[in-house]
Ligand binder design. Structure first.
Ligand code: UAH
Length: 395
């Protein structure tokens, strides 16, 4: 029996995840590792399954945005090194120690407070990567003095160990490389400051997907592979360049719940923004904006039915949408592809992102826990994760 009742699901092709890791493995110097970025529940694909597949395929470490995301991975039995890329409140450092999760730091004050917190705790030292802000304006030390003060605070600590240094690029996916080159120059000068001060460099990393594609020679000890892991390009410019071939891993599917043929004109959905004309066939699909299928697709998006595009008509509702299908063929229970391929047609996440005025990153992240994730290898379903049923804890 299926572990979910609803006929709407996300399909994640683990072979695609594997192929994408291998593509980057070949693209990079042999000495550069791959840190699989599985924050935001693996960009909506499911962090545990993606992490496991990426590690099998050649990634050696993992990254998440915050500590709770790392704990999910540890609870699933994943032993690989994990780095938290974002801010961690000092009152959680003991948890990080027990879970063997590395943290990011960028201020002497934070290091001091974290050290205090761990003073009496019988726990292993927490690995710390120092973040440098070279032009993102988000987190990170901005001057050589700040950098040295954090390094020296870590060196004085018996509870925190300096294990990495990194930066994050703001414009690595653009044709104009001025900003990314300036950021890289600044990063290099930070590394030189450390060498000049007689420090031995720990793990060094700066490349996200875009920089790893465009500047594989900047790989240092590891890249942080996010969007490329999922088979998506960081920008349309990078997609056009096609310096590496990526395989999208995610499809969004549903089945037709109802079909009606207009005998006379009738309006469709809230606001009556579409009127079906006599002879038109309108199918109702069980998915809506409460699943993370954007309401901005109202009267704009399309789905694939029997290998052809069927336009969305009327407004996207909370749990349902309506599409106009061609004469004859489709009926209740037929499979519909909202994102992904069917026959020779494809609705890419890039296309959806452009329609709703965002980037491809956001589109899978929007798909929430109402939708089961079905994992497929060599065309066969091998696992299903449905957080909605797992969250049904008795009260
Ligand atoms: C610090 C940091 C991030 O916030 C994100 C990533 C991954 O970026 P891509 O998805 O563009 O590869 C790396 N590092």
């Amino acid at each position: 029996m299926k572990p979910y009742c609803r006929d709407t699901w996300v399909e994640v092709d683990l072979d695609a995840i594997r192929a994408n890791v291998q593509t980057f493995r070949q693209h990079l110097p042999a000495t550069t590792g791959i840190m699989a970025v599985v924050k935001a529940d693996g960009y909506g694909h499911g962090s545990v399954q993606v992490a496991k597949e990426a590690l099998l395929a050649g990634a050696d470490t993992l990254a998440v945005a915050f500590l709770d995301e790392a704990i999910v991975l540890r609870q699933a039995g994943i032993e690989a090194p994990i780095l938290v890329l974002g801010y961690t409140p000092v009152d959680s450092v003991e948890v990080a120690s027990h879970r063997r999760v590395e943290l990011t730091a960028y201020s002497e004050e934070w290091v001091f407070q974290a050290e205090q917190r761990l003073q009496d705790a019988a726990c292993p030292p927490v690995g710390i990567h120092i973040k440098t802000d070279t032009g993102m304006g988000r987190l990170g030390v901005r001057t050589a003095d700040e950098l040295l003060s954090v390094v020296e605070a870590l060196e004085r600590s018996s509870k925190l160990a300096w294990t990495g240094i990194f930066t994050h690029f703001a414009c690595a996916d653009e044709a104009d490389t001025t900003h990314v080159r300036r950021q890289h120059d600044t990063f290099q000068s930070f590394l030189q400051v450390l060498r000049d001060a007689g420090k031995t460099l720990p793990k060094v990393h700066c490349c996200n997907t875009a920089a790893a594609i465009a500047f594989p020679e900047w790989g240092y000890d590891t890249i942080r592979l996010g969007i490329g892991l999922y088979g998506l390009y960081p920008s349309s410019y990078m997609k056009e360049q096609a310096a590496v071939r990526l395989h999208p891993a995610l499809s969004l599917k549903t089945r037709i719940a109802h079909v009606k043929v207009a005998a006379e004109p009738f309006t469709v959905s809230y606001g009556a923004t579409y009127t079906a004309q006599p002879g038109e066939r309108i199918a109702t699909l069980p998915i809506g904006y409460a699943d993370g299928y954007s309401r901005l697709l109202s009267n704009r998006g399309a789905v694939l039915v029997k290998g052809s595009r069927a336009p969305i008509v009327g407004r996207v509702c909370m749990d349902q949408i309506m599409v106009r299908i061609e004469q004859g063929s489709a009926q209740v229970d037929d499979e519909v592809v909202l994102y992904g391929k069917q026959g020779n047609e494809e609705i890419s996440l890039d296309e959806v992102a452009a329609l709703i005025g965002t980037i491809n990153y956001e589109v899978p992240c929007m798909l929430n826990h109402r939708i089961p994730r079905v994992y497929v290898r060599q065309g066969k379903e091998i696992a299903v994760v449905h957080l909605l049923s797992e969250k049904n804890v008795p009260v």
